[in-house]
Design a protein around this ligand. Structure first.
Ligand code: AMP
Ligand code: ZN
Length: 308
């Protein structure tokens, strides 16, 4: 179905108003950036613990990176080619006292003071798995690695769709190893991810998907990604039934990160990788949409699953 822009906009604004009126989201004045209430966080953390509990048998190494990425590492990826419009670069002031006075004067005069800032060594993390690969340069141990990650990520995509945030949390599981190991990990998580979401009462559908590559060249890359079935998403209606939202993704990167960061398997091949990622805020919004805004009234099995 082809939905008109107006109908979609109204659906997004309506759901956003409901969420803010209920106090679950606290608007910041910038689209896609919200505070969350204690109830929202309790549900989000309850779901996060369900992921951990139901994947404990995979014995993943747990690593936590902050939501920033070494700028040099960022530049070893092709993010700047593929998603320039989504990036976040951190700048700060590095001048002396005289420069500082100039900066303050510009601010007072309503001029553009941001031109006086300099890039720091940091970018904002575009996806939770990015900081892992540069730390894996070299040869993997026999059997490769499975790593459990969680962080905030930044994507510059301001929107009134409450599910499209600029800063949000991803819980990922990454596999580094042979092509077979990477693909097996993705296959396993397509099943397990669905199981975890179903246990929380979310009846998702699995669809083949593509990333939002930039520009005309990007359209070719998106088609190629889809043709190769590299990305699958678990979708469910959230703001509107007509345009379901992806709340989890399963990706196969081929040897892209292995090549970019010089990661090799124990037998000397370039490592392949796969990752799965739950969008924790989106899952939480899907839970509120599906079960209502009052967790104490949710089905007993869902409350039990989420420890509520
Ligand atoms: P991706 O790396 O694009 O596959 O994203 C992983 C997961 O993060 C997706 O399946 C979504 O659940 C979630 N996600 C992606 N973009 C956003 C966004 N702008 N706001 C909130 N969640 C998002
Ligand atoms: Zn990832």
């Amino acid at each position: 179905m082809c939905l008109s822009h107006e109908v979609l906009t109204a659906a997004y604004q309506g759901f956003l108003d409901q969420l803010t009126d209920a106090g679950l989201l606290i608007p910041s004045g910038v689209p896609g950036v919200y505070g969350h209430s204690g109830v929202f966080e309790r549900v989000l953390e309850g779901f996060d613990q369900s992921i951990t509990r139901r994947s404990a048998h995979l014995n993943a190494e747990v690593i936590r990176f902050p939501g920033v990425l070494n700028r040099q590492h960022y530049l070893k990826t092709s993010h700047i080619e593929s998603f320039p419009d989504l990036m976040g670069s951190i700048h700060s002031f590095t001048g002396n006292e005289r420069d500082h006075l100039g900066l303050l004067q510009k601010r007072a005069d309503g001029e553009d003071w941001t031109q006086d800032l300099k890039p720091t060594q940091l970018m904002l993390t575009p996806a939770t798995c990015y900081p892992l690969y540069p730390t894996a340069t070299g040869t993997l141990r026999e059997g490769g690695r499975t790593v459990d990650l969680r962080s905030f990520v930044f994507r510059h995509e301001p929107s009134i769709d409450p599910c499209r945030m600029q800063m949000f949390r991803m819980h990922e599981a990454v596999r580094l190893g042979s092509p077979e190991q990477a693909l097996a990990h993705r296959g396993l998580w397509m099943e397990l991810g669905k199981e975890i979401l179903n246990a929380a009462g979310l009846n998702v559908e699995c669809v083949v998907a593509n990333d939002p590559f930039f520009g005309r060249g990007g359209r070719v890359m998106a088609v190629s990604q889809k043709e190769q079935s590299l990305k699958f998403e678990m979708v469910i209606p959230v703001a509107t039934a007509e345009k379901p939202t992806a709340i989890m993704s399963c990706n196969y990167h081929l040897d892209y990160f292995g090549k970019a960061f010089g990661i090799h398997t124990a037998d000397g091949q370039v490592a392949h990788s796969a990752c799965m990622g739950f969008g924790l805020e989106r899952v939480t919004l899907a839970l509120f949409k599906t079960h209502g805004f009052h967790p104490d009234r949710w089905p007993a099995d869902v409350k039990h699953e989420l420890g509520l």
